[in-house]
Design a protein around this ligand. Structure first.
Ligand code: GN1
Ligand code: MG
Length: 548
């Protein structure tokens, strides 16, 4: 097989010409912008996927989605052979390939082939998936053109969730050892493990097996139906915000991002007092839980809550197995201070704090035998080392352990199968949380009572160049502009349990300000004051942020 580099330019010129003048960057979650500006980027990512695949000699995934963004946006990210986010050094290549002029594209590709010594005769498969956005099918077509231009083989998985794509990539690269690389294989793996853990008793003490589910009018609504069918009475998932039957727009006034960032109950879901509800985002890789109490007061249980619930349960089971497995939890600076205290002081599980972005959390989690990671926004999962799996498999069948230890090992093995280890998976996480609540006999209030969140606030400040802000210490300390950190320190000191930090967003052209304090009023005030300092010292533009 020979690759005709001329095709690369010809396809670009004829079908996918560069339409945007300014540069666009491969950020925290790949490329993400207005869908109408993405055709040529998709084509070029098809090219890059083939190069990456030949370089890694493994199957690469391409996911087309803009997650929780509005429907008019779209995006693309590449998935590495282990089902993980693409390695960082290649993000720079992606940015380069995306931004060169059409007539420089061919040479850019040739340079990469040469620099990385890529064997262009290797046959490669590229898996492609997309969310439900109206722009996704034509963008997928552009990716396919890119794959074909370099003689790769595109395999279209159609509309799938982001975590399903990560799962398919991992399955294919492990010759189906991780699971069967089909939608059916995915549902069967998760649902059988869930049913095994649940047994015949669907309810337990305060736990009731009914949950209201907000599908954000996206792929999470579409795919939960396969679970409803298979779970039946075992877990009653009541679906809302399913654009297939309603009129709702993707992520509009609903979904995990809306619920978390607005701290509001979504539209389209009925408010039943004390009823456990969950919202997923537009590509179903994030989930948050919540309820309205009898006074209609909203209560949110976010990623930090999921992390603490999961870590505490895993710790219990590991100790039941009697095995020596180290368990750790990974958070970002956005984790609520109360959750970090609870984990370290009550659960006595070591906590690591890393920079924002799943790739950082995931990598850190891999350092533990059992690594639990969650972003406060509800994106997270659990990873298990080979050592942990080997020990558990041995223990489950061996006769060195007592019967109860052996049972605990089998339970933990089943739990691993409910989890999508490759990336945060809203539906797998839902099944995991439901399993734990069922095992503990807890309702959502019991879960909430484990600790009390500190009031917290997230603000955005628009500045001329967000990169004037640089940080260290997992983004908790600001290095530049000069003097900003000192100002933040002075403000924070004035508030009981005050904490605040600022960082440039990796997905939007803004600076994010986070603050927490012991009361809502103080927290709002601290956030507004820090935002004002950012505006003053980091080149704020537009209206100054309002001080509460
Ligand atoms: C505060 C916050 O929620 N930040 C989000 C957001 O990143 P920023 O770099 O903050 O824009 O989008 C990322 C991708 O979805 C997600 O990983 C991250 O947690
Ligand atoms: Mg998402």
């Amino acid at each position: 097989m020979t690759t005709s580099y001329r095709t690369v330019y010809a396809f670009a010129r004829e079908m996918h010409p560069k339409t945007v003048k300014h540069d666009i960057q491969y950020g925290t979650a790949g490329f993400r912008t207005k869908a109408s500006n993405l055709g040529y980027i998709m084509y070029r990512m098809g090219l890059l996927a083939v190069l990456r695949s030949r370089y890694k000699q493994g199957i690469i995934g391409v996911m087309i989605t803009a997650s929780h963004n509005p429907e008019c946006d779209n995006g693309v990210k590449l998935i590495d052979p282990h089902g993980e986010m693409m390695e960082q050094s290649w993000e720079e290549l992606a940015t380069k390939v995306a931004n060169v002029q059409d007539d420089e594209l061919e040479q850019t590709i040739r340079d990469i082939v040469q620099d990385y010594n890529i064997d262009m005769s290797i046959r490669v498969n590229i898996l492609i998936g997309k969310d439900t956005r109206p722009s996704s099918p034509s963008l997928a077509k552009s990716v396919i053109d890119g794959v074909l231009a370099l003689s790769g083989k595109p395999i279209d998985f159609g509309i799938v969730t982001t975590p399903q794509m990560h799962y398919f990539v991992k399955c294919r690269n492990t010759q189906n050892e991780y699971g069967v690389a089909t939608e059916e294989g995915y549902y069967t793996k998760l649902v059988s493990a869930f049913k095994k853990l649940r047994g015949d008793k669907y309810n337990n003490k305060n736990y009731e097996n009914r949950i209201l589910y907000d599908g954000a009018n996206g792929v999470g609504a579409k795919k939960i139906k396969y679970f409803q069918e298979r779970l039946g009475e075992c877990l009653k998932i009541v679906l809302y915000n399913d654009a297939g039957i309603g009129t709702g727009k993707l992520n509009h006034l609903c979904g995990a991002d809306y619920v978390k960032s607005q701290q509001l109950f979504p539209t389209g879901v009925p408010s039943e007092p004390n009823q456990r509800c969950a919202s997923v985002d537009g590509d179903a890789d994030r989930i948050v839980f919540y309820y309205n109490d009898e006074n209609d007061k909203f209560h949110l249980l976010d990623g930090d809550r999921i992390a603490t619930l999961v870590a505490s349960y895993l710790k219990e089971i590991v100790s039941e197995t009697g095995l020596d497995l180290n368990l750790g939890l990974v958070q970002t600076a956005y984790a609520n201070g109360a959750s970090t205290d609870y984990i370290t002081e009550s659960l006595k599980v070591p906590v690591a704090c890393v920079s924002t972005g799943v790739k950082y959390l995931h990598h850190k989690a891999l350092e533990f035998d059992i690594g639990v990671y969650f972003e406060a926004n509800g994106h997270g999962t659990v990873t298990f080392s080979k050592n942990a799996k080997d020990k558990l498999n041995q223990a489950a069948k061996g006769n060195i352990l007592t019967e109860s230890q052996q049972q605990a090992a089998s339970k933990l093995l089943a739990l691993i199968d409910v989890i999508n280890e490759t990336v945060g998976d809203a539906i797998a996480d839902l099944l995991l949380v439901e399993t734990i609540l069922h095992a503990k006999g807890w309702n959502i209030q019991d879960w909430e009572q484990t600790y009390t969140d500190l009031p917290n606030k997230l603000l955005k400040v628009t500045v001329q160049d967000r990169n004037v802000i640089t940080t260290k210490d997992a983004e908790r300390q600001c290095v530049t502009p000069n003097g900003l950190q000192e100002e933040i320190n002075d403000l924070v000191k004035k508030y009981k349990r005050g904490r605040s930090f600022v960082r440039p967003s990796g997905t939007e052209d803004i600076v994010r300000v986070y603050a927490e304090a012991s009361t809502k009023e103080e927290c709002d005030k601290l956030a507004a004051q820090v935002a004002q300092k950012v505006y003053d010292l980091a080149g704020g533009i537009g209206n100054p942020p309002l001080i509460a």
